[in-house]
Design a protein. Structure first.
Length: 263
């Protein structure tokens, strides 16, 4: 799917301080629909703080966020979800004792209206889960399988699918393949590309530059809370990105904005 011309998310001058530590300093970031955008940098570069600001887990001290062209105030995860911003953290927040459908609708269950009182519409949730897994090409043996018996890659896929179901427009992935094997990693990135093909914007934190170059459209480098620069994968190299990570400079190059997609 072609990338949009106007960013769905525009973050400008984002600042966040924890006591004497400046976690973010005047950070700018644009996110477009139909792209996978990777955030890279050393530990304490500000990557997690930046995505937590967008997801509502952290409230910024200064700066603006525009979503779909209008300025918004995101002060909680609930507010972010209302705009269609969903986050999949490393711990996945899955309930091991529940099955696939129950996990996908955990906290947002579908309720039917019975003759006497409301009830959990398990059949509807299972059907909706099957449809979504099929659309995202996620292969799970049984919708009623308990999450505890699944592989790491399957668990990650369920967490991502859950984020997509509730009208997500932007999906944030925090190290989506951490601790996964080679084959499971491949399947998770297949899912990431599938989300892109459905027009979602994917913002991904990763420390693995090989994965970033294989699966991302653009890369933003952060260092000590500042955005060093943004590069299109097709127009940069691992050497340049590594140099930006280490030195914290873009060697005089201005941030490269994405070109309008060909029609």
């Amino acid at each position: 799917m072609s990338q949009s011309i106007t960013p769905i998310v525009e973050m400008r001058g984002i600042c966040k301080r924890y006591g004497g530590v400046q976690a973010l300093a005047e950070a700018d970031l644009d996110i477009f629909t139909g792209e996978v955008h990777a955030l890279v940098g050393d530990n304490a570069a500000g990557k997690s703080t930046l995505v937590k600001t967008l997801s509502g887990a952290v409230v910024k001290d200064a700066g603006t966020i525009r979503f779909d062209g209008r300025e918004v105030h995101i002060d909680s995860p609930r507010a972010a979800k209302a705009f269609g911003i969903e986050t999949v953290y490393q711990d996945l927040a899955l309930a091991d004792n529940l099955d696939v459908a129950a996990n996908m609708f955990l906290g947002r269950e579908i309720v039917g209206q019975g003759m006497m009182r409301p009830f959990l519409d398990i059949r509807c949730m299972e059907e909706e889960a099957r449809k979504l897994l099929a659309r995202l090409k996620i292969n799970i043996p049984s919708i009623r399988q308990k999450v505890r018996s699944m592989s790491g890659g399957q668990r990650q896929s369920i967490a991502i699918a859950r984020s997509v179901y509730f009208n997500a427009k932007v999906v944030i992935l925090d190290e989506p393949t951490a601790a996964l094997g080679v084959e499971e990693t491949r399947k998770v990135y297949e899912l990431v590309r599938e989300m892109r093909s459905h027009g979602l914007a994917v913002l991904m934190i990763s420390h693995n530059l090989n994965h970033v170059f294989e699966n991302s459209d653009r890369i933003t480098v952060l260092k000590t809370g500042r955005v060093v620069g943004t590069r299109r994968v097709a127009e940069t190299s691992r050497e340049e990105i590594l140099r930006m990570i280490v030195t914290g400079t873009a060697e005089g190059h201005a941030q490269r904005e994405p070109k309008a997609a060909a029609v």
